[in-house]
Design a protein around this ligand. Structure first.
Ligand code: GLU
Length: 437
């Protein structure tokens, strides 16, 4: 059974980078008829808030990413304690007594010698331990890495090998007894039978330590897929502009959730960036093999353009609840939409009030006189403008531009042959006569 999890920390709003992680997990799970679990990583009590947790649920449901189970880590502390004691029993946990300032000093000494900032395990020296304990220092607890090579076949990156001798033993528990991210994540992945860990490549190094923890706890070790992170248009880290790229912001800006999903599913892959109407289609097309090794560029203007393209292919049935004006109206206006909220302005073009712009009074008067009687359909425009042309001699732009301005007061807009029957004879006549209607 394929089981994946999205594990956000409720310490901020979900941004497009988090959303992509959630989406790729969801698409992969759905493609394989598996399960998508939502795990709230809220062990950091100082930074986690209920409001951010609620925002995560709201944002995921807006995107359509339904989950098959959810839990908060704060409810699961007993599982982490059990895992901790298990690691301790097999000799992989040791107490450390250095203060943050001492550790910092150690790191800068190593940096000065151009050495990697690997913790020197001074707390494992019995003399140090005895001295620091005698001082009454409270320990934090580290996992003792094997200092050997850890390898896995990453579903995006291919074979990966990391020597854990190049890493510091990770701190699992702080002085105050709080669990840091690493152990709860592994304990949950085992307990929740996670088959695949799908996340950004900022976690590649963590993975080596986590694999050692999985193995020390008696595993099983899941499969891993680490995809390149999102960057801005010119390659800058997204974190610089997170505020404007939160899902909440995009929703407020009137971007369609399927535009966001289509964009996030396709950027950085070998597929073209095209709108899809359903998550199911994106799931069918999903494949880790399509994800490239280069960072994916998130360009807000591309998302805006994709949003418009999505609306252009959206059938009336999908928007009927928002567009009471009916299917003929939707088909007339959708090629001109950028956002769904533009519908209100388009509806005004039809039902008014429109204060016409009369560019050529003579032509408008003749056109008014030649308006056919109803019923009107899409052929009415052709019949009518032909008659107006015959009467006035106006052609091309000289004919269509003054008629568009009189009927809609706009330079551009939906096709008039579709709009005219929706405006109807009475309002068309009034507008040609220069009246607001
Ligand atoms: N809470 C972690 C994060 O947001 C989860 C990482 C993971 O998927 O293991 O980075």
């Amino acid at each position: 059974m394929t089981v994946v999890r999205f594990a956000p920390s409720p310490t901020g709003l979900l941004h497009v980078g988090n959303a992509r992680t959630a989406l790729l997990n969801w698409l992969f799970a759905k493609k394989l008829s598996g399960k998508f679990l939502l795990r709230i990583d809220d062990t950091d009590a100082a930074r986690s808030t209920k409001a951010f947790e609620e925002a995560i649920y709201r944002d995921l449901s807006w995107l359509g990413l339904t989950h098959d189970g959810t839990d908060r880590q704060i409810n699961r502390l007993a599982i982490y304690s059990t895992a901790f004691y298990k690691l301790q029993a097999v000799g992989r946990i040791y107490p450390c007594f250095e203060t943050e300032a001492e550790l910092e000093r150690q790191r800068s000494l190593l940096a000065a010698r151009k050495l990697p900032p690997v913790y020197n395990r001074a707390s494992l020296e019995p003399a140090n331990k005895a001295k620091w304990e005698a001082e009454g220092r409270k320990p934090h607890w580290r996992f003792k890495l094997s200092r050997s090579k850890v390898s896995w076949t990453d579903l995006v990156r291919g074979p990966v090998e990391i020597d854990t001798a190049t890493m510091s033993d990770p701190v699992l528990v702080r002085e105050d007894g709080a669990f840091l991210y690493t152990l709860p994540s592994v304990a949950d992945d085992i307990d929740m039978a996670i088959s695949h860990v799908v996340r950004g490549e900022d976690h590649v190094t963590n993975t080596a330590a986590q694999i050692e923890i999985f193995e020390a706890l008696g595993g099983p070790v899941p499969k891993f897929a680490h995809f390149p992170l999102l960057v801005g248009a010119s390659g800058e880290a997204l974190s610089k502009r997170l505020g404007s790229l939160s899902l909440e912001q995009l929703r407020g800006d009137g971007v369609e959730p399927m535009a966001v999903a289509s964009y996030l599913a396709k950027i950085g892959t070998s597929d073209p960036v095209e709108p899809r109407l359903t998550l199911g289609e994106l799931a069918t097309e999903f494949d880790f093999a399509k994800i490239g090794r280069a960072p994916a560029h998130f360009v807000p203007d591309e998302l805006t353009a994709l949003n418009a393209r999505l609306l252009h292919i959206t059938p009336y049935s999908a928007v009927a609840g928002h567009v009471p004006q009916g299917e003929a109206f939707w088909d007339a206006i959708k090629p001109n939409l950028t956002k769904l909220s533009d519908v209100a302005e388009m509806a005004r073009l039809v039902s008014g009030p429109v204060t016409p712009v009369i560019e050529d009074a003579g032509l408008a008067a003749k056109a008014a006189a030649l308006l056919p009687s109803e019923p009107w359909d899409e052929n009415t425009w052709g019949v009518w403008t032909k008659a107006v042309s015959a009467e006035t001699g106006a052609k091309g732009r000289g004919l269509f531009h003054p008629l568009r301005l009189a009927l809609t007061a706009q330079e551009h807009g939906p096709e008039l042959k579709k709009l005219l029957p929706l405006i109807g004879r009475e309002r068309s006549l009034a507008r040609l006569e220069g009246k607001t209607a």
